[in-house]
Design a protein around this ligand. Sequence first.
Ligand SMILES: Nc1nc2c(ncn2[C@@H]2O[C@H](COP(=O)(O)OP(=O)(O)OP(=O)(O)O)[C@@H](O)[C@H]2O)c(=O)[nH]1
Length: 552
Amino acid sequence: MTWGIALRLGVLLASFSVFAAILAGYYTFDSSRDRLQGRAERALMATTQVLARHMQAGFGTVARDTSFLASVAAQEPDRNRLAEIFRASLAAHPSYLQIRFISAWDYGLELVRIDRQGGVPVRIADEALQEKAHFPFVFEALALSAGEVYVSEFGINHEGSPGEEAVPVFNMASPVVQGGKVQGVVVVRVAAEPFLRNFDAALPTPYGFYLSNRWGDFLVHPDATQTFGFDRGQRILIQDSFAPVAALVEGRAQEAVLSRPGSDDDEARVFSFVRMPFGGEEEGRFMVVGLSQPLAAVQGEVLDLGRSILKILLVLSLVGVVLAAGVSRVVTQPLQAMVAAAQAFSKGLAHGALPVHRKDEVGELARSFHDMEQQISRQITELNASRDAMAHLAHHDALTGLPNRRMFEQRLAQALELSRRSGRDCALLFVDLDDFKAINDTRGHAVGDLVLQAVARVILGAVRQADTVARLAGDEFTVLCENVDSEEAALQIVAKLEQAFAPPLDIEGQPFPVRASIGVSLFPRDAQDAHTLLASADAAMYRVKQSHRRSV
Ligand SMILES: Nc1nc2c(ncn2[C@@H]2O[C@H](COP(=O)(O)OP(=O)(O)OP(=O)(O)O)[C@@H](O)[C@H]2O)c(=O)[nH]1
């Protein structure tokens, strides 16, 4: 395949348009990807913030329940009726594990206690009630005013009665105030798992949920073995797993977003964490709430965008290639027309119209080609003419226009060959003017020329058109007559010639007598070849000339 201009131009334009489409596509994708990823990260952060607020609201609900039950305990002297209210509340809230009224006296003796046993609220008998004054939720809540609530940290419940399962819990406690005196506290123990399930259950599966206390210990983690490490004597801290979260734990930031590349165990994910205030405002306690989402989900839109851009890119590239082919065709078509014209011209063939009327460079090229073509045609015509003239000159005598010696010898050779084949004779006449030198000497060379031209006319007029009359040199002329069947016929021709020379020539309107000596030889009778035949005729002519001299 040859790389013509059309192909090169087409490939160049197509490559350029494909390259431009790829570049535009890449930059669109790149900037949109960053924007989309940023938006997805912001959306994850917003979800985390909403989740944290829901959790705060959830804690607030438990706190209101606790302070309500404390106010009920302050107004209800009948412990049996208080127990019924506690039981009803426990039944209404599946995440509540236990509700107790603990006395401010008797070392924090439990006065009323309802436990959830096997999913059913059960009142604990008076003899099984215990002293709890040493627990923070008792002595911290006793220091509060009516309506205020103490929230404990999350922990594993080891306080329980034998057989009670050790599960993650937190306690809320509110003082029972009668007549301005704190009589005890109402403590609501909440199972962390069902409580938190209220919030994370609404999240779609690919979300991962994280929760840590204010020191960073994991309380909730997709991998349950990571939680409540402190309860087993080890610290598994959120800031160790996610370094940027240290700023939240240390109070230097309120939120953090990070992404983590995929590994053999887990796919690539993006994480967002917020600091959630927890407990009383003046305490400054907090928890860290986090969510994670597979990067693939975050990047889903990015991939969709990439696919759309790829499709647009393909279509654009295709359009670019088609346009490039069209443009290269439009640009190179006139050039190809000129190439075809040049090829046709070089072979001497006709060609179609050239785009000479265009105003651009192609038009200029076409006009130049047209001019050049005209010029070459003219020069070729002139060359042909001068070649013809040269060829004529090479074979003819310039003065008389008769065939010269070279041509005569060719004709003679051909004639002899024909004669040999046909068996018919040829006659060769040798004509030489008598005393021509004297004409030159006395009348001048120019007159001599006129005489020679007149002699040529005389000879031509005397013989047949088929005969060849030639001037060999000076005043020597020859006549070749083919198909002469006898010596008589040859002598007749000689006689005819002698007759023709009898009247004087007409030189510039003046009579001008000349005499010619004519010798003749016959082929094949007198000679077997051209040279000998000519010599024989010459000899015969010479004999005639001698006789003329003698007669004079
Ligand atoms: N004017 C003219 N003279 C020519 C030309 N060619 C040859 N001559 C002359 O022709 C003359 C021929 O001389 P010769 O061969 O002696 O012939 P001649 O004078 O006729 O003598 P004879 O043949 O013996 O009668 C010479 O003087 C040449 O110079 C020509 O083209 N023009």
